[in-house]
Design a binder for this molecule. Structure first.
Ligand SMILES: Cc1cc2nc3c(=O)[nH]c(=O)nc-3n(C[C@H](O)[C@H](O)[C@H](O)COP(=O)(O)OP(=O)(O)OC[C@H]3O[C@@H](n4cnc5c(N)ncnc54)[C@H](O)[C@@H]3O)c2cc1C
Length: 378
């Protein structure tokens, strides 16, 4: 296992940092924080124009490490990444299994950094068990008519497209009979309601009432949505939120310096621990990327990296808040707030991190059953 970047990967890393630092200034950070939407259009556009989105698109013939470099550099620099990660995963899926029509209508705009896509997977009755989803599409002889509801559809209020998993045939067993559609968000019958989360990030409930689309909007084969989904999940390998400890450490240093406690041995010891954990996160993520790059099927590496990174983030953020005392409880922009309120933000933000993209419990089940060979939990 060789973790060193090649010369061209190092060059890509430098270009990414250059674009991000040129476009993401304090105004961008404040605007994305206040909007609750982890998307900064000028950044996405600049990455598109620089050809970086195309380079980082996952798929055959591409450098599998490029996407993880973009993801981790963005997160380390505190740049909004959600919309970029989602766009690249879908552009990769369309390249791999989409039609020419979808690549031209949807993929091209995503890779140019001009358009955004959201994921319509989770439903109100439960997200961990995706195979139980109820949103369905029926064919009226000409078009597919979609009815149902999705929950936690991040970015739905700004997205151009939704990558929507629905049932198209209920007689094909538990994992058969699903189809993925890319649906234009301005199609009549789609309603988007905001959900304000404790992390201050906006999620959405989305409703689909007689939303009619032609068969040209199907991704991959009809009734084979599960395969399309597994292509997408494969592309997400190594792209998770595993670098949050880096900006957290920066904020703790900022706060401790400001109040003259940077020499405090307790704080220094904790900072060292955060740095060690950040390094472990990096290695675990690189292992996930390496298994993907060598063509191995998804194993438990992604689950291990996600559980460790998100739970250590939550643990250290809570320590920082407790140590900062009352100022640690003050939110973003409040006078006197520790690190300008970013410590409070980190504590809030670290909670959904252990849920979205697969909860800690589900990931632990995966590790227990597939890695440790323990019996199925249920
Ligand atoms: C901020 C945020 C943004 C999100 N963005 C998106 C998005 O853009 N698109 C999208 O489709 N989804 C999105 N999600 C949904 C996310 O993927 C789900 O929340 C997650 O998969 C869990 O599903 P659930 O919330 O329905 O919980 P449930 O599946 O109902 O689980 C409830 C609890 O039971 C536990 N549990 C469930 N099954 C088991 C089991 N078999 N063994 C042990 N414990 C179990 C879970 O760990 C959890 O603690 C987002 C979620 C959040 C919080």
């Amino acid at each position: 296992m060789d973790f060193a970047f090649t010369k061209s990967q190092e060059a890509l890393r430098a270009r990414i940092r250059e674009v991000i630092t040129a476009v993401v200034d304090d105004e961008a950070i404040t605007a994305t924080h206040e909007s609750g939407t982890n998307h900064w259009p000028p950044l996405v556009r600049a990455l598109g124009q620089a050809g970086i989105l195309e380079e980082a698109r996952p798929g055959a013939g591409q450098d599998p490490v490029a996407l993880s470099i973009l993801s981790s550099e963005s997160q380390k620099l505190g740049a909004p990444f959600d919309s970029i990660g989602m766009a690249l995963a879908i552009a990769g899926v369309l390249e791999a299994v989409g039609s020419d029509f979808l690549r031209e209508r949807v993929g091209a705009g995503l890779l140019a950094g001009e358009q955004t896509v959201c994921f319509g997977l989770t439903e109100p009755d439960g997200g961990s068990d995706l195979a139980a989803l109820k949103t369905k599409a029926t064919f009226d002889g000409e078009r597919w008519v979609i009815n149902g509801a999705k929950m936690w559809t991040t970015l739905a209020h700004i997205a151009d497209w939704v990558f929507l998993l629905v049932r198209t045939d209920s007689d094909r067993g538990r994992y058969g009979g699903f189809t993925v559609f890319v649906v234009p968000m301005d199609t009549p019958g789609i309603t988007v309601d905001p959900i304000e989360t404790m992390s201050t990030e906006r999620a959405n409930a989305t409703f689909y009432d007689d939303v009619a689309v032609g068969p040209e909007w199907i991704v991959g084969d009809l009734h084979e949505g599960w395969q399309v989904l597994s292509v997408m999940l494969g592309f997400e390998r190594g792209m998770g939120d595993t670098t949050a400890l880096v900006p957290l450490a920066r904020r703790v240093v900022e706060w401790a310096t400001e109040i003259g406690r940077i020499g405090d041995p307790l704080i220094r010891e904790r900072l060292a621990q955060i740095a060690i954990d950040a390094q472990v996160c990096d290695l675990l993520t690189q292992r996930t990327v390496w298994t993907a790059a060598t063509g191995q099927p998804p194993g438990t590496e992604g689950s291990i990296a996600k559980v460790f990174a998100t739970e250590r983030y939550q643990h250290h953020a809570r320590w920082a808040q407790a140590t900062a005392g009352a100022e640690g409880l003050l939110g973003y922009g409040a006078e006197g707030a520790a690190a300008g309120g970013w410590i409070d933000h980190d504590v809030r933000h670290s909670v959904p991190q252990t849920l979205q993209g697969g909860t800690s419990e589900i990931n632990r089940n995966n590790i227990a059953e597939r890695r440790l060979g323990l019996p199925r939990a249920r």
